[in-house]
Structures are given as structure tokens and as C-alpha cells.
Ligand binder design. Structure first.
Ligand code: OQS
Length: 687
């Protein structure tokens, strides 16, 4: 009756798995009662507490003849023993409980399938039992027809289940693959290395042994296994060791003599005290017993001996690294210095943003209040200029100052004041030369009681200007340095500065200039600039106001600096310090302070425009900030009235956004000269 009842329940269970688990428990004990030996078990959802951490929500395999409750009790008892054990190594202890749980309660990978197979098995056994008992009793049941029918049905079901691949792949035994067992490698690590002693004891222990300690060799190799989380502490990047190397976790596994290291567990007793030795053969120094990492090797006579490994000491390595870095840095700096020196020599004085406009850079159009500080600036910039021109103070003094004619105050007669600059005043004067001839001169006098710095700057300007020798560069005739006021004597330029000249020859003055005259002025400025750029001198303030005009329409480039009040509106005070002639500047100079020969070329384009506009202020009517925006947005100056298209095209070329695409001064001079000479021909033909 009981059997029949059970069979009925089994059929229902195929539909309802949860019910089946409970019934299976009952069946297990009933079959036990009838004395059947079964090789199969069932899968139940783990509902205990002791292995909760490792088995929550897992279906675990319960062997026949046992229940989950019994197992739970045994596990509790075993764990109690482990917890209380004082002999257990702490490195081993942490893996004891998970290892017990996974051993006693292997996780079912396919719980439904396992249970299905289990009950099919039960049905088959029941059938055999029925047949046997029928034979034994020779009693024909009243319901034999029905029973046979049922058995037939079950037999079909049984055949069906066991004929599938899965049934052959996952036969429902504890040793089968459908159970997730402890990972074999980890099991072996525990058994042979980490918990060698403990494992041996556990197998024989009445309480722990009752739970069932895994026999590692019997565990099938499977990727899907229950891991105990044993990690082998290795750091592949560690290529040196600190102190005695006890903390070394690198992967060197060859000794200094080139012998391969043997696995630590093969030779090391009490390996569980050193988890860093588990499962590997890398060089180590367990417990810092030696001076450096070592390992066991197998020598020819098969005596296993100890050998040290060749691993560099980190401290030495760091020194080596520092030495290398220092060495490399020194070499790099050396090379850079060498390149710098070579460049300086070859460039023979390229000016940078600081040293351009040098002597007058410190000059201030807003009077004397800022003079002192600016003069200091002038000094340093002058220094740079001199150096860049290849003139050291001493040598240039010898060369320039000695080469230049020296006069005394008795040689000059001060006539009238022409203007005031940062150094002092500029006068018109008359110089009596050594041949007793007198010439008009512009005397730039250094104010008396000027600071030593200002005096030095003044001298440096003399040196600089006396090195620039060209028919279109302002000409210094001599100096007075024997007595204050120190003076520079410049060739007197009868027509004043170009800006004044253009205005005084403009239609406003009811005058005009010929195309030939425009070209002659432009050509001379270009040739002066060709000379300066050829000497790698960047002017930085090329404008009509800085050009001087002599009789015969001779034009020379000069640099008055920022010192003249009349031109204060041409400069924009940026950040309360520097004064910039923004209307003559390209965007790269405005935005990045980049001053080059190419930015001088842009300025030359603006000078061309000034010439053909009779000295009009570029972007006249716009404020300085507005001008900056105009230049940035490439709103260029428009073609001046009566300006030939070719000349305006040249201006546009000079204002090319890309500095490198602007024509060179050599280019410009050549073109202007061609046009100028062409004009002369036309004029001659006409006359
Ligand atoms: C006035 C370069 C003058 C002041 C220079 C100055 C002056 C120095 C100079 C030039 C260049 N005059 N007044 C009237 N300098 C009527 O005739 C006059 O300061 O120009 N220095 F652009 F030429 F390359 C570079 C570097 C410097 Cl430091 C000259 N003349 C002045 C002269 C004649």
C-alpha cells in the first residue's frame, strides 16, 4: 500500500518539483526500510544555516540513507571541532568550512534532471520489487491488470529518461559530473600543501570524517567547480626585492646558476605556515630565513639543495635608475645648451619679444613718471640685443665705441629743442667736424644725473646703432662721452619724420606726391628692413613715425621708441604696462606677443598704406580695442585713394594671416624697385 501510494506521489512529483523534494526524503527512508541499496540521490534546496554563506539558494545533493537535517547536524559538530582546535594552522583554518560544506553537500548542476532520474530509478526498483514479491508469494492481485498497465507506463517513462544523452552524461551518482564539486586543484592544494596535517587528521576524525572529507584524486577536473578562494599571491611586475626578500612575490623561478626551482611543497615541511609558497616554485625567502630569495633545486646527484636566485635588490635598482635619470638629464641639458650656443652663433643676434625695439623699449610716451622703471627694462633688453647681435659689452666697447668718432661739447652748438625722449632731450645742433666743416645734427642728450643703469643703456644704444650701417638706417655721426651731458649725434634729417612729411605733402596741404615718390619712399624702407632682417633684427615698431626723411627724399629707418607725446594715440596700453602699436601689428603679435621679421612685414604693409594715404592713421576712427577686433576678424585696411592695385595687392600679401606666407623683404624690395625703375622709364619717355 505504501509503495503504491508512493508511486502515485512520484507521478505527481514529476509535475511538481518542490513536492518531490519532500517526498524523496520519505522515499529514502522507506527504501532503507525495505533494505534496498541505491546508488542515486536527490537534489534539495539547501535550507540549513552552517553553510549558508556558500550554499544559499543552491540545490545540494543528498545521498541515499541520509537527510539534509542529519548532514546539517554533522556539519555543525565538525565545524565546532575545527573552531575549537588549537592545532589548526590559521592559513588552513579559513578554508576548512567551505571545504566541509562543498564536500558534504555538493551542488547539483541540474537538480530537476537528477531528481527525475532518481525517481525513475525508484520506479524501476519498485517494479523489480513487485515482480519478486509476486513470484515469492505467488499471489495474483485483483488489480493486476491495472498494476501492469501502470508499470508499463512507468517503464516507458524510465526508458525515455535513461535513453537521453543527459542520462548517460549525468548518471545520478555522487561521483557524476552533474554535481559541482570542489575545484580539484584547490582540493589538492589543501590536501598536499595548505592543510596537509589537518587533512590527514580530518579524514580519520570521528566527527569531521562523518561529514565526508573529499578524496581529491576522485574529483573530476571541471571548469564549473566550487572554489574555495585559494589565491596564490604573485606579482608579475615585481622584478626586484626589498631588504631580505621575505616580501618578494615576483615570478623568478630560476636560480643564479640557471637551475629551475622545484615546487616548494615537495621539499618544504610546514608549508602551511607560508602561504606565499603554496602551489608554486617561485624564488622566495620564507620567514626571511636567508639573506635573499632562494629555492630548492634538483642537482645532478639528485640531492635536493638550496640555491639563491639572481634577483636585483630594489635599493640598488633605484640608485641605478636615479643614476641613469641623472645621467640622461645631464646629457640632454648638455645637448640643449650646445644647440642653444650654436643657434646663437649662427643667428648672430635674433631678437626676441623682449629685446626687440631694445633701446627704446623702456621709453614711455606718458612722461617721466614711469621712466625709471622702464629704463631698467630698457637696460635688460639692451643687454639682450647686444648679445643677440654678437656684441658682448666689452668687445663691443672696443669695437663700436672706439670706431665711432668721439667729440666734446665744444664741438657742438645746441640750436633748438626737437623733442623729449626717455633718455632726455633731442636738439637740433651744429657739429664742427675735425676738418672744421660744420654739419647739422640731431643731438640726443642723456639727461644729467641719470642713473648708472640709464647711462649703461645709453652706451649700449650707441653700440647697437653704430653696428647698423645702411643707407636707409638712421646714421650716427659721433658721440660725446667725455663729459655730461652724454650725447649721440645723428645725421640731421631735414624733412623730419615720414609721418610729418606725408601730412605736409598731402592734399590737405594742397600738395601731393608722385607715384614715383611713393614708390621711392616705400622702396627705401623695404631695403632698410631687408638689411635689418638680414641681420636678424626685428624692429617691432615699424611705422611712418619711426622713419626719417632727408633732402632728396632719402628715407632712413630709426626707432624713437615710445617717447613722443604726439604719437601717444598710436600706442595701446595693455595691462597698464606695455604700450603696443596695435594698428601696425598682426594678430599673432597682438594675441601671443609674437614679434618676428614676418610681423615686421605686416607692419611694412601698414607703412605702405600710410604712405599712400598721406599719413592717415590706420583704422582711423576706431578705438584700440575695436582695432584689435578688426584685425582678429581680418577686416583689413581698404585700398587708399589713387593707390595702384599692384601696390594694394602687395599690402594684402603682407597681411597674410599665415606669417610664413607673407613675402620677404627681399621680395618686396625687388618688386618695388622693379616698379620704381619701370616708372622712371615711363616718366623719362613722357618728358
Ligand atoms: C631726430 C633702427 C632724430 C631721436 C635705433 C632719435 C633716436 C635712435 C634710433 C634705431 C634702430 N632722432 N631723435 C631728428 N635715434 C631731424 O633729424 C633728426 O632715438 O633710431 N635708434 F631702426 F634704425 F634700426 C634700431 C635700434 C635703435 Cl636703438 C635716432 N635718431 C633720433 C634724428 C634725426
Amino acid at each position: 500500500m505504501i509503495l503504491k501510494h508512493c508511486t502515485f506521489l512520484i507521478v505527481n512529483y514529476i509535475i511538481c518539483i518542490v513536492l518531490l523534494e519532500n517526498v524523496a526524503q520519505a522515499i529514502n527512508s522507506k527504501y532503507e526500510h525495505y533494505g534496498f541499496q541505491q546508488s542515486s540521490g536527490i537534489c534539495q534546496l539547501y535550507n540549513g544555516t552552517i553553510c549558508q554563506e556558500y550554499l544559499s539558494n543552491a540545490h545540494v545533493f543528498i545521498s541515499p540513507n541520509i537527510t539534509m537535517n542529519i548532514l546539517e547536524e554533522r556539519l555543525k559538530a565538525a565545524y565546532g571541532v575545527i573552531r575549537e582546535s588549537k592545532d589548526m594552522n590559521s592559513n588552513c583554518r579559513k578554508y576548512a568550512l567551505p571545504s566541509l560544506c562543498f564536500s558534504a553537500l555538493p551542488v547539483c548542476r541540474t537538480p530537476e534532471r537528477t531528481n527525475l532520474l532518481y525517481f525513475a530509478n525508484v520506479a524501476m526498483i519498485r517494479n523489480q520489487f513487485n515482480v519478486n514479491s509476486t513470484r515469492k508469494k505467488r499471489v495474483v492481485s485483483k488489480n493486476s491488470k491495472n498494476t501492469n498497465l501502470f508499470l508499463k507506463k512507468k517503464s516507458v517513462f524510465y526508458d525515455d529518461v535513461f535513453s537521453t544523452d543527459i542520462s548517460s552524461k549525468y548518471p545520478p551518482t555522487r561521483e557524476s559530473e552533474n554535481l559541482r564539486r570542489i575545484c580539484r586543484e584547490e582540493c589538492e592544494l589543501l590536501e598536499n600543501e595548505l592543510c596537509q596535517k589537518e587533512y590527514a587528521i580530518a579524514k580519520r576524525h570521528p566527527v569531521i570524517g562523518a561529514v565526508g572529507v573529499e578524496d581529491c584524486q576522485n574529483i573530476p577536473q571541471h571548469k564549473d567547480c566550487s572554489t574555495l578562494g585559494i589565491t596564490i599571491e604573485v606579482d608579475e611586475t615585481e622584478d626586484c626585492y626589498w631588504e631580505d626578500g621575505a616580501s618578494y612575490r615576483g615570478i623568478q623561478n630560476v636560480t643564479a646558476t640557471g637551475k629551475p626551482c622545484l615546487r616548494w611543497s615537495w621539499l618544504m615541511k610546514e608549508i602551511s605556515d607560508y602561504p606565499e609558497l603554496i602551489g608554486q616554485n617561485y624564488c622566495r625567502n620564507p620567514g626571511g630565513a636567508e639573506k635573499s630569495p632562494w629555492c630548492f633545486v634538483d642537482d645532478k646527484s639528485h640531492d635536493r639543495i638550496i640555491e639563491t636566485c639572481y634577483i636585483p635588490k630594489c635599493a640598488n635598482k633605484i640608485w641605478l635608475t636615479i643614476a641613469t635619470i641623472v645621467g640622461v638629464t645631464v646629457v640632454v641639458i648638455g645637448i640643449m645648451l650646445l644647440i642653444c650656443c650654436l643657434r646663437r652663433r649662427s643667428s648672430d643676434g635674433i631678437k626676441n619679444i623682449q629685446n626687440i625695439n631694445t633701446p627704446n623699449a623702456g621709453n614711455n610716451i606718458y612722461g617721466n613718471s614711469q621712466l625709471n622703471s622702464n629704463q631698467d627694462m630698457g637696460r635688460s633688453t639692451m643687454n639682450n640685443s647686444m648679445e643677440h647681435l654678437g656684441i658682448s659689452s666689452k668687445s663691443s666697447e672696443k669695437n663700436s665705441l672706439l670706431r665711432i668718432p668721439h667729440f666734446t661739447l665744444q664741438d657742438v652748438e645746441f640750436l633748438e629743442e626737437l623733442g623729449e625722449g626717455a633718455f632726455g632731450k633731442v636738439y637740433k645742433g651744429q657739429l664742427t667736424q675735425t676738418n672744421k666743416k660744420t654739419v647739422n645734427v640731431a643731438i640726443k642728450a642723456l639727461k644729467e644725473n641719470a642713473s648708472v643703469k640709464t647711462q649703461q643703456d645709453f652706451k649700449r644704444e650707441i653700440e647697437l646703432i653704430s653696428d647698423l650701417k645702411h643707407q636707409n638706417i638712421v646714421c650716427i655721426l659721433g658721440v660725446i662721452l667725455n663729459k655730461e651731458p652724454y650725447c649721440m649725434l645723428f645725421e640731421y634729417m631735414a624733412n623730419g619724420d615720414l609721418h610729418e612729411f606725408l601730412i605736409s605733402n598731402s592734399p590737405i596741404e594742397k600738395k601731393s606726391l608722385l607715384q614715383l615718390e611713393f614708390l621711392k619712399i616705400a622702396m627705401q624702407i623695404s631695403e632698410g628692413m631687408e638689411y635689418l632682417s638680414g641681420h636678424h633684427y626685428v624692429h617691432r615698431d615699424l611705422a611712418a613715425r619711426n622713419c626719417l626723411v632727408n633732402e632728396g627724399l632719402v628715407v632712413k629707418i630709426s626707432d624713437f621708441g615710445l617717447s613722443r607725446d604726439i604719437y601717444s594715440s598710436d600706442y595701446y596700453r595693455v595691462q597698464s604696462k606695455s604700450l603696443l602699436p596695435v594698428r601696425w601689428m598682426p594678430s599673432e603679435s597682438i594675441l601671443y606677443g609674437k614679434f618676428t621679421t614676418e610681423s615686421d612685414i605686416w607692419s611694412f604693409g601698414v607703412v605702405l598704406w600710410e604712405i599712400y594715404s598721406y599719413g592717415m592713421q590706420p583704422y582711423c576712427g576706431y578705438s584700440n580695442p575695436e582695432v584689435i577686433n578688426l584685425i582678429r576678424s581680418r577686416q583689413l585696411l581698404s585700398c587708399p585713394e589713387n593707390c595702384p592695385t599692384a601696390v594694394y595687392s602687395l599690402m594684402i600679401e603682407c597681411w597674410h594671416e599665415q606669417a610664413v606666407k607673407r613675402p620677404t623683404f627681399t621680395d618686396i624690395s625687388h618688386r618695388l624697385r622693379t616698379w620704381y625703375e619701370g616708372h622712371i622709364k615711363i616718366c623719362n619717355q613722357k618728358s
